[in-house]
Design a protein around this ligand. Structure first.
Ligand SMILES: Cc1cc2nc3c(=O)[nH]c(=O)nc-3n(C[C@H](O)[C@H](O)[C@H](O)COP(=O)(O)OP(=O)(O)OC[C@H]3O[C@@H](n4cnc5c(N)ncnc54)[C@H](O)[C@@H]3O)c2cc1C
Ligand code: FES
Length: 258
């Protein structure tokens, strides 16, 4: 499948908005001159100021984020969770601040094979790439999402009509998102979430002969194949997740590792 390639070099873009979404936040960046990304692709982001180089500026390397939505005017939305210094710095940005971005990077999701019905399965901030995927597929694509608790479940607002599960039962089904997967032979599963969830999805789909495409994560230093920091094991050996993924066919994996 043809994929959209990033222009060479990072470019400076303006933050146009930042809004809270329960335990997450959505950062909007105007990338007027960049190509339109495909669902499953990601960008390396770094704040233009206070991003490394001295005391209190620890972020240093850019961080990888799935594009959650691409608007017609070139605005890109990212759904972020504050988990450390890089995401915390990005959470401080406001409209008018600058962001260095590099992308779109990586291999996107592929269309469903053999006329199968897509089922989108997300866990936590893994909801992000499913938003643009459903924008591409249309409202007919069914979505099931799992979150820790009610503040995290607010992330489901980006995918109206999604069926939600929470670990603590505070919203929707009390249990795991994998319990919401109908084992229909005509499905193709598209999943993104934490490794244990992806491994459960992979194993379930393998057991029932359902094809699946998994958007994985690994630590990424460059995002374009140079550092080999992001390698993951597949049945054919190690691959660099930034150029050969982040979307991998579940059948290529023995297991999804933490
Ligand atoms: C292709 C790709 C797409 C991603 N999309 C999103 C997204 O849409 N929204 C979002 O919030 N995050 C996303 N991430 C994860 C995001 O890149 C990391 O959370 C971020 O780099 C953390 O940086 P930090 O400095 O805030 O925290 P750090 O201090 O670097 O990390 C905080 C914690 O998260 C762990 N961690 C850091 N990076 C990763 C990683 N890549 N995979 C697993 N654990 C990690 C660390 O071990 C640590 O426990 C994505 C990662 C990849 C590779
Ligand atoms: S992030 Fe550097 S090779 Fe993949």
């Amino acid at each position: 499948m043809e994929r959209v390639l990033a222009p060479l070099g990072r470019r400076l873009a303006d933050v146009t908005g930042r809004r809270a979404l329960g335990a997450y936040f959505v950062l909007s960046v105007l990338d007027e001159d960049g190509p339109r990304p495909q669902a499953g692709q990601f960008y390396m982001l770094a704040a233009a100021e206070r991003w490394g180089g001295g005391e209190d500026e620890r972020p240093f390397l850019p961080r990888a984020f799935s594009v959650a939505r691409a608007h017609a005017d070139g605005t890109l939305d990212f759904m972020l969770e504050d988990v450390g210094p890089g995401t915390r710095r990005l959470a401080e940005l406001r409209a008018g601040d600058g962001v260095w971005l590099l992308g779109p990077l990586g291999r996107p999701f592929a269309p469903p094979r053999d006329g199968r019905h897509p089922l989108l399965v997300g866990g936590g901030v893994g909801t992000a790439p499913l938003v643009i995927l459903r924008d591409e597929m249309g409202p007919g694509a069914e979505v099931v999402l799992g979150f820790r608790d009610a503040p995290h479940a607010e992330g489901a607002a980006l995918l109206p009509g999604a069926t939600v599960a929470t670990d603590d039962g505070s919203v929707g089904h009390h249990g795991l998102v994998t319990e919401l997967i109908p084992l229909d032979q005509h499905l193709e599963v598209y999943a993104c979430g934490p490794p244990p969830m992806l491994e459960a999805v992979r194993a379930l789909c393998a057991e029932h002969g359902v094809p699946a495409q998994l958007a994985l994560e690994s630590g990424m230093a460059c995002g374009f194949g140079a550092c080999f920091g992001c390698v993951v094991p597949t049945r054919d050996g190690y691959v660099r997740l930034c150029v050969d993924g982040p979307v991998l066919d579940a059948s290529s994996l023995e297991a999804v590792h933490d």
